[in-house]
Each structure stands twice: as structure tokens, then as C-alpha cells.
Write a protein that binds this ligand. Structure first.
Ligand SMILES: [Zn+2]
Length: 437
């Protein structure tokens, strides 16, 4: 005998369907996988509830006996769970922490997991990241965090959540940045067979600039005549050359003078404020996230390699991208990447600076080079878009959201990091003239 279950959003609803019609259409192969994934979410919620109940019960028992400190009792509970489940005590400890967080502090997140609106991984990220926050701030963000978790794939959710946490902690960002800066260092890790790792802890803005510059130089080298090294290999060789000799011999003339370009977005009022008072939104660096205003001011004041984007304090509308950036199409390219921040495929984390610009409506079919028709995709997703039978397009009037419709007909919407109002460029505007932004 065969049973067919059709998952509805709420797994606690076990009432039979009212009409036979509800049992159609027959689930396709993707539905069958989703069905299991949803059951996993529900079971994960159940497990957390039971782990928390177990911990409470064992705590009460042990306290009744009065023989040990709470610390020892907690350790003993961790050992019991680890031994019973045949997992490490570390994993058992994490489960206990997650169980307490969801059952005791964030019941709305537990409900969402139970109803399979989020995955166990979403719940884990949410519990771990909120634990980094001062307890009095957690209540302020948990509902907003849950909205993000229910809407976004895990990677996108994690980034959005970190930005959210950085924003609510903006008041102490400066202080925390200074403290974290004290831990900067270089370390070496021995590897195997004579190849190891060099670890550099430094401001993320600087790391991003180093990585981008190495990538830009490496890209001029790979694919050249007789060149067989991969991009990863060339990037490593370029960094070795630069750090050991101060120059890289392999650099062709095209790569000379390549410097990293970093996009920093600054709410204009924050930039004007004399002293950071902690109430303004933090500045955000593409691919890195929020940075202290003092660092942003340094970046905005000086080097022309920073693309400065000033935004209106309330609407977030772009006010200026800097006078030197007004010439299309380079500026358009940058604006398209800045708006998206990442590859615009569902769940992709690839920074926009390392993506290709796609015409959603192909150039050959009359697609324009415009904000409304351009979005960054990483190489892999660019190929999937063109050859994978997906239908991909920007949603009209959305300010940059991209819709992906899969070969099985499922629809996924990827929101850009920032919204940019669309200004139409007159066809009379030549490439070198000023764009009407
Ligand atoms: Zn991608």
C-alpha cells in the first residue's frame, strides 16, 4: 500500500484534506526531496524540545542530590547526551545551547522550525549569532532575524543577519573595532609535504583590498600564452612575489598599476557628523560589511581608488557616486555591482566585484545596457543562466530584484543588497558625457 503526503506549511495540521482535488497535482521529484527536508526541520525542533526537557530534568535531579556544582552537573549532562547519541561532547554542548536558546528565549523561532518554514541550519545560525549580542539587544532583533530566515537561503541569511546585528550595535562598533584591531597578527601553519598556510589577521577592508588586487593581477596572467596555472595558483604566486621581492616578475604590462578598488557606502549624515555618536547607520564596505565611521572617513577623504557612494539618510537613495565616477559605462557597471553586492543567483555569496555583468535580456535580442537589464552573476551561475534552461529576469520596478524560474517551474526571487531608483539615460548621451544621476 502506498501513502502520499503532501506537505503544507504547517506540519502540526494533520487534518485530512477536504476534497480529493487537494491531493493533486502529484508531487514532482523536487517536492519529494522538500518533503524530507521539511520533516527534518520538524524533527530537529522536536529534538531541541526534548533535549531541553532532558537537561531541565537532570538539573533538578542533581540539584536535589546537592552533591556537585552547577558546572559539574552541566558537564555531566553534556557527557550523558554525547554518550547516548554517540557524538562528541562538543556537539552535544552545542545542541544543549541551541535547545535552551530556542525553547526558552526564542519560541517564535522554534515554532518556525517546527512548521518547516526555516531549516535547522537557519535556526543554528540565528541562535549562534544572537548569542554574540548583548542580552538586552536580542529581543529587538529576533523577530526581524526570523523574517530574514524565512525568506532567504542560509548564506544570504547569515550575511543579512550580520549586517542587522552590526547596525543595532553601531553605538559600540567603533569601540569593538579598536579592541579587535589589537588582535591583528601574522601566523604560519605548517602543512603537509612542504606546503603550508600563512594567516593574516588585519582589518577586513584591507584584506578585501589585498585579495582583490591579487585577483585582478592574476586575471591578467591566467589564460595567457603557455600559462597552465589556475587562478588560485597564480594568486598565491603573485602574493609570494609581492611579499618577498616587492614586485612580481610574472606581471604583464596590462597588470601594472592595478590597485584594489573598494566600494564604501556612507550614509551622508554620518559622514557630516563631527563625532560619531553611535546613532547613525554604519558605513558599509562591499563584500566586507559595516565598518567604523572613523575608518570610513579616512577612506572617503583620501585615495581616489575608493568608490564613494553617499546615500540619503532616510530613503537610502543614492545621492552621489563621486565626481570621478560619472562616466558610463564604467560607472554603470559599478552601480550595478554595488546595488547587488553579490552574485544575483539564489544563495550565492560571490562578491559582485568578482562577477560578470549579465544582460538579462540578451544584447542580441535587443536587451539594453541599463540598470534595469544588468545584474552581476558569478561565472558558474552565468553559465547556468544561459545554458541551464532557467528563465531569469529583473522584476519590473523592483529596483533590481532578479527572478529565477527553474526548469521544474519553481520561482526564486533574489533581492539586491541596495535599491537604486532607475534613471533612464537618453540615447543621445555619449559614452564620455556625464550620466544623469
Ligand atoms: Zn553565483
Amino acid at each position: 500500500m502506498y501513502y502520499t503526503f503532501i506537505m503544507t506549511g504547517d506540519l502540526s495540521d494533520t487534518s485530512p484534506p477536504e476534497g480529493v482535488e487537494e491531493w493533486t497535482p502529484v508531487p514532482d521529484a523536487v517536492d519529494l526531496v522538500l518533503e524530507c527536508a521539511a520533516m527534518e526541520s520538524t524533527l530537529a525542533a522536536q529534538r531541541l524540545i526534548r533535549i531541553d526537557a532532558m537537561r531541565r530534568e537532570l538539573l533538578l535531579d542533581a540539584e536535589g542530590r546537592g552533591s556537585a556544582t552547577v558546572e559539574i552537573i552541566e558537564r555531566s549532562i553534556r557527557l550523558e547526551l554525547a554518550a547516548a547519541m554517540r557524538i562528541t561532547e562538543y556537539s552535544a554542548g552545542r545542541m544543549i545551547v541551541h535547545a535552551e536558546a530556542l525553547v526558552r528565549r526564542y519560541p517564535q523561532v522554534l515554532d518556525s522550525l517546527h512548521a518547516a518554514r526555516i531549516t535547522p541550519k537557519h535556526a543554528e545560525v540565528l541562535a549562534d549569532d544572537l548569542a554574540q549580542l548583548m542580552p538586552e539587544l536580542r529581543g529587538q532583533v529576533v523577530d526581524r532575524a526570523l523574517v530574514l530566515a524565512e525568506a532567504e537561503p542560509v548564506g544570504t541569511f547569515r550575511r543579512a543577519l550580520r549586517s542587522l546585528l552590526a547596525t543595532v550595535q553601531a553605538a559600540s562598533l567603533e569601540e569593538r573595532y579598536r579592541a579587535a584591531l589589537q588582535t591583528r597578527r601574522v601566523a604560519m601553519e605548517r602543512g603537509y609535504d612542504g606546503v603550508g598556510d600563512l594567516l593574516l589577521r588585519a582589518p577586513e577592508v584591507a584584506l578585501q583590498a589585498i585579495f582583490d588586487r591579487a585577483t585582478a593581477i592574476a586575471k591578467t596572467i591566467v589564460g595567457g600564452e603557455g600559462e597552465t596555472r589556475t587562478l588560485d595558483q597564480v594568486r598565491a604566486d603573485v602574493l609570494c612575489d609581492l611579499l618577498i621581492d616587492g614586485v612580481t616578475d610574472a606581471m604583464p604590462s596590462a597588470a601594472r598599476g592595478i590597485r584594489a578598488q573598494v566600494v564604501v557606502t556612507v550614509p551622508v549624515l554620518s559622514l557630516l557628523a563631527e563625532e560619531p555618536d553611535g546613532t547613525a547607520d554604519p558605513a558599509v564596505v562591499e563584500g566586507v560589511g559595516p565598518i567604523p565611521m572613523s575608518v570610513a572617513k579616512e577612506l572617503c577623504g583620501g585615495d581616489g581608488l575608493w568608490m564613494r557612494v553617499l546615500t540619503h539618510p532616510e530613503t537610502g537613495t543614492v545621492l552621489s557616486v563621486g565626481r570621478d565616477q560619472y562616466r558610463p559605462p564604467a560607472m554603470l557597471r559599478r552601480l550595478v555591482k554595488w546595488r547587488a553586492d553579490r552574485c544575483m543567483a539564489p544563495g550565492c555569496w560571490m562578491p559582485a566585484s568578482r562577477c560578470e555583468i549579465d544582460h538579462q535580456v540578451d544584447w542580441q535580442f535587443g536587451g539594453e545596457t541599463s540598470l534595469e537589464n544588468n545584474a552581476p552573476f558569478c561565472k558558474g551561475h552565468h553559465i547556468v543562466k544561459h545554458h541551464g534552461d532557467w528563465t531569469v529576469g529583473q522584476i519590473d520596478g523592483s529596483g533590481g530584484a532578479v527572478e529565477w524560474i527553474s526548469p521544474t517551474g519553481r520561482r526564486y526571487v533574489v533581492q539586491p543588497e541596495r535599491r537604486v531608483p532607475v534613471f533612464r539615460m537618453s540615447s543621445a548621451v555619449a559614452e564620455d558625457s556625464v550620466a544623469p544621476f
